[in-house]
Design a protein around this ligand. Structure first.
Ligand SMILES: [Ca+2]
Length: 183
């Protein structure tokens, strides 16, 4: 099992190094491939792929390393033990959902490292030009990143306080986010 995971991690790193756009930290997300409502947003490649179930999305986001997580709690636990074993690997950063109380279409953000300690931005995702622009209504930060929202594309307009725990109702921010960042 460990050997298989190591091979997976290596091939994922190779795939990443060829697909990573140089210097790109934001940019309009391309349309998703796949037909489900559970969508993986890869912050490194900017690719969105959708699935029918949380479990399938978690498996894809982790490049096949996590095969049996059915909710954020199970995913956090699986990733924590994965990091203990391997020290690194694909990481779930947080989730944004279309409706309040974590209902509707979900965008699961994945990256190649956990957010660094402190308030510096680790990742940004520009929602403008995608169907998620001005639609987010609830959030679930992972255990390794906080989430900050911006009103307009390219970190424009109002900026939220960091969301450090799940928020089922975004208040003023309901349907107003165009850039999401992970800090
Ligand atoms: Ca909404």
């Amino acid at each position: 099992m460990r050997r298989m995971l190591a091979v997976l991690a290596t091939s994922a790193a190779l795939a990443l190094s060829t697909a990573l756009p140089a210097g790109a930290t934001t940019g309009a997300a391309p349309g998703p491939s796949g037909s489900g409502n559970e969508c993986v947003a890869d912050v490194d490649t900017k690719k969105v792929t959708c699935f029918d179930t949380f479990r399938e999305a978690a498996k894809a986001g982790s490049d096949g390393a996590i095969t049996d997580a059915d909710n954020p709690k199970e995913l956090n636990a699986a990733l924590a033990s994965y990091r203990e074993d391997w020290g690194t690997g694909r990481t779930w950063l947080g989730t944004a959902t279309w409706d309040s109380q974590w209902q509707g279409d979900a965008l699961y953000f994945w990256g190649d490292h956990a957010c660094a300690t402190g308030n510096g931005e680790d990742y940004a995702w520009d929602l403008s030009g995608s169907r998620w622009d001005d639609q987010l209504s609830s959030l679930t930060p992972s255990s390794v990143c906080w989430i900050e929202l911006f009103q307009f594309p390219a970190r424009g307009g109002a900026k939220s306080e960091p969301f450090k725990s799940p928020a089922g109702d975004l208040g003023w921010w309901n349907d107003r986010t165009s850039t999401i960042t992970f800090v």
